[in-house]
Design a protein around this ligand. Structure first.
Ligand code: NAP
Length: 244
């Protein structure tokens, strides 16, 4: 049985990706920053109901040594790591003029350094396997910028460069690395936006609606599938036609 590790997967897009990959037949290694994220939460039951194994691995993905230990634990539990989805991400929004150093540094650590940490240690496992799929969560903010998100858009643009670099470094070992760039998706993260921010976004979307988490999970499922075996270093925008 193949295994998928999805970071920040207790809720939101990460949980939807985990459930979709479980439906595709993967054993699932969930991750989130605290046990509390899994309380009053039926994601593990839903995944196990698909007939696959599911375990949770608590760690802060911005912490290099915690990630190293977590990857060892996932490998010990499941034997292989076939798909890595770097999904964990945070926002600490504010206009540049008022953004604190802490706001900037925290978003870089969680959104960007985590991709280095996870890709390095899981990449080592995949290189020994001579196969693997790495899928990173970028954002339209990384492609086009977004006022109030200098920190967030910097990390999401960086993830696109990291995706192409990993694709080039690991391609000869049978490992692909791609990114998805969601637009405006209905999750707790986007619930924090103001009505004015939401209305401004909708006005720009060709399909005049927000995306659903399952619509991100479906594209991630494709990138993890055999059908995507010759796709690497690509960024797939999933935004209902935000900018064309
Ligand atoms: P979400 O609902 O906030 O879920 C993210 C999860 O990651 C949360 O459970 C969060 O836990 C966890 N997390 C945060 N910091 C972590 C850390 N250091 N280590 C491990 N886990 C951590 O977010 P989402 O909306 O599903 O977004 C998922 C990904 O998609 C993110 O990378 C985001 O940037 C990207 N994305 C989202 C949208 C959108 O419209 N929602 C659009 C474009 C891109 P806490 O709640 O404790 O922080």
């Amino acid at each position: 049985m193949a295994t998928a590790l999805i970071t920040g997967s207790a809720r939101g897009i990460g949980a939807a990706i985990a459930l979709r990959l479980a439906k595709d037949g993967y054993d699932i290694a969930l991750n989130d920053i605290s046990e509390a994220m899994f309380e009053n939460n039926d994601i593990m039951d839903k995944i196990r109901a698909e007939g696959v194994q599911c375990e949770k691995f608590i760690c802060d993905v911005s912490n290099y040594s915690q990630v190293e230990e977590t990857v060892k634990a996932v490998k010990a539990k499941f034997g292989t790591i076939d798909v890595l989805v770097n999904n964990a991400g945070i926002t600490r929004d504010g206009l540049m003029a008022r953004m604190s150093e802490e706001q900037y540094d925290m978003v870089v650590a969680v959104n960007q350094k985590s991709v280095f940490n996870m890709s390095k240690f899981v990449g080592n496992v995949m290189m020994r396997q001579k196969s693997g799929r790495i899928i990173n969560l970028a954002s339209v903010a990384g492609l086009y910028g977004n006022p109030g998100q200098m920190n967030y858009s910097a990390t999401k643009a960086a993830i696109i460069g990291m995706t192409k670099t990993v694709a080039k470094e690991l391609g000869s070992r049978g490992i692909t690395c791609n990114a998805v760039a969601p637009g405006f998706i209905k999750t707790p993260m986007t619930d924090k936006l103001t009505d004015a921010q939401r209305d401004a976004m909708l006005a720009q979307i060709a399909m005049k609606r927000y995306g659903e988490v399952e619509e991100i999970a479906g594209v991630v499922s494709f990138l993890a599938s055999k059908d995507a075996s010759y796709v690497t270093g690509q960024v797939i925008e999933i935004s209902g036609g935000l900018m064309m």
